[in-house]
Design a protein around this ligand. Structure first.
Ligand code: HXC
Length: 260
């Protein structure tokens, strides 16, 4: 039986997609610590399930997530924040091997924008707005905003967003390379699920190693990254799916993936 949570909802879409819905609509899905614990649990459970080949995370039309829960931080001092060590939860999500698609509508701000950027691809509704407004409340991004946003959109726009807190529209995010596509709000979740279906129709071990290799491009030299890619490429030749895929191509038929 599926676990039930207080602040998120999980469900299966078809045989191979696991979905997670952020479910604190009354506070625009602000990410309190308990929500982050539930997210870690849901992500790691999906990641350990060989049937799950892609994960889709979404909020609601008004908000993906409007950031970390400010009520939990307003009184905290540095030592308390340090001992709280909330970013360990974020690191766990970062290590999820299964590809993740974020379906974003409405606000993706602060930790909400950072959570979307932690995902591998973003499908945005036309109403999506991305921002790192932490500076307006006296702090700055803490869950990867200064790093992932800069890598995604470049220094000029990242600097402007982080220093002024300006939100960008879905189309500006598309032009800047932050999101994969922008679609009408009525279909943003369907489009994200369709993208996830496409990923899930690929051989899952190849998808995991390919995800890992692309992410490696962000934190290593080209030399080491190429080496890492090559090792993963060789490794795939010991999977049944690699031989099935090439054989199916030569026999002009559709491959049947075993996930092995
Ligand atoms: C706690 C929040 C919240 C948040 C909204 N709410 N964002 N509560 N933490 N981050 C609550 C509001 O207090 C309000 O509760 C309800 O949600 C609806 O929000 P409104 O402000 O009334 O809605 P609206 O006027 O439409 O404005 C939407 C908004 C605004 C522009 C998104 O809510 C806003 O600026 N929110 C804060 C965004 C932000 O600063 N995010 C960064 C947080 S710091 P009531 O009870 O009044 O109905 C951060 C650091 C990350 O993320 C570090 C890593 C973890």
């Amino acid at each position: 039986m599926e676990r039930t949570y207080q602040f998120i909802r999980i469900a299966r879409h078809g045989d191979h997609i696991g979905t997670i819905q952020l479910n604190r609509p009354e506070v625009l899905n602000a990410l309190n610590l308990a929500t982050m614990d539930e997210l870690v649990d849901a992500f790691t459970t999906y990641d350990a399930d060989p049937a799950i080949r892609c994960i889709v995370i979404y909020g609601n039309e008004k908000a993906f997530a409007a950031g970390a829960d400010i009520t939990e931080m307003a009184e905290a001092d540095s030592v308390e924040m340090l001992l709280r060590d909330q970013f360990r939860k974020w690191d766990t999500i970062r290590r999820v091997k299964t590809p993740i698609v974020a379906a974003v509508s409405g606000y993706a701000l602060g930790g909400g924008c950072e959570l979307a950027m932690l995902c591998d691809m973003i499908v945005a509704s036309e109403t999506a707005r991305f921002g790192q407004p932490e500076i307006k409340i006296g702090v700055m991004p803490g869950a990867g905003g200064t790093q992932r946003l800069t890598r995604a959109v470049g220094k000029a726009l990242a600097m402007e967003m982080v220093l002024t807190g300006r939100m960008i529209s879905a189309y500006e995010a598309l032009r800047a390379g932050l999101v994969n596509k922008v679609v009408p709000v009525e279909v943003y979740l369907d489009e994200a699920l369709a993208l996830a279906d496409e990923v899930a129709s690929m051989p899952p071990i190849a998808a995991r190693l390919a995800k890992e290799s692309v992410l490696r491009a962000f934190d290593t030299t080209l030399e080491i990254g190429l080496e890492y890619e090559r090792k993963n490429f060789y490794l795939l030749f010991s999977t049944e799916d690699a031989h099935e895929g090439m054989k199916a191509f030569l026999e002009k038929r559709q491959p049947k993936w075993q996930g092995q």
